[in-house]
Design a protein around this ligand. Sequence first.
Ligand code: SF4
Length: 363
Amino acid sequence: MARRPTRLRSRPFAEALLEWYDANKRDLPWRRTKDPYAIWLSEVMLQQTTVKAVEPRWRRFLQRWPTLRDLARAPLADVLHEWTGLGYYARARNMHRAAVQAGDALPCSYSELLKLPGLGEYTAAAVASIAHGERVPLVDANAGRVLARVYTIGEEINSAAGKKKLRAHAEALVPAARPGDFNQALMELGAMICTPRDPSCPICPVATECAAFRSATQAQYPCIKAKEKMSGVREAAVVLRDADQRVLVLLRGSSGSFANMWELPRVVVEKDEEPPDAAVRAMRELADLRVKCGRELLVVRHTVMRSNITLHVVEASCVRIRKTIVPSRHVEARWVSLGEWGRLPKSITQERVRKALQRLNEE
Ligand code: SF4
């Protein structure tokens, strides 16, 4: 029988968890600072990126903009460029907006942090508890898995009801002393011991408090909805060069996906269309240019949200190249060398395309 949550002894739970954390935590650079700005940066970077990838990028970002004020004064284009390779650029845009709004320092309390752009419940709770010692719970996927098992939570953990339950349980457990360490310890336990498959229950510091362990039902928790099917999308991108062998790139507006990013003109290939025809249409619709399509230079496959995208990169030529292009859906058009494009903010996929074009040029 699973133990009822109300009977769980929060004090021994927190004590056992913190003792384990003190002896076993990974030595990560953001755990050696109490600077709210540096902690905020680590939390934002870690949301979609692995610890290994974040470590060098976190140091580099802080070397370039050591304080919140430095970040607020930096041009957004530089911040986005610095973010290249980390993906999910909305994180960088929001950080920059929040830095501008916050001024000299981040607010200290959870409720004030929540008012900044891009700071959701998770990030606000992380900064408030870790940097300022505020007693607020913090539930990421790792902590959620631990709690779902400890309390044998039957609700799907990403549903509104599931999240509410997780938060309520976490709130009851987080101690007044060392709330930031407790929150990190719960997430660390999920990352190191209470792993999705084959959790290491025999060495788990909270095994005696865990209902799933006691009923041998660990594999049934957390309850996760079956994944939605991925959809397949084809896109065509156009490489159009001027007389100086510069390529045409377009700047997306400041909202929507890939905002403020420079990219090759591209469109979704319609059902009854072939990529070269779509490339011709792309140039007509996006840049008011009549082009002829040449060979397909490369194909790049990538995933965005629930879509598997196949990007066909097609070469095109134009009899009358105009120096000035007025884009219809983008905010700016530029002719740039591949090297110049490298210094502009762009998505990971567009960077892959740029590097592949550079390699083709060198062959
Ligand atoms: S006892 Fe096992 S299932 Fe329960 S929290 Fe620990 S590792 Fe996870």
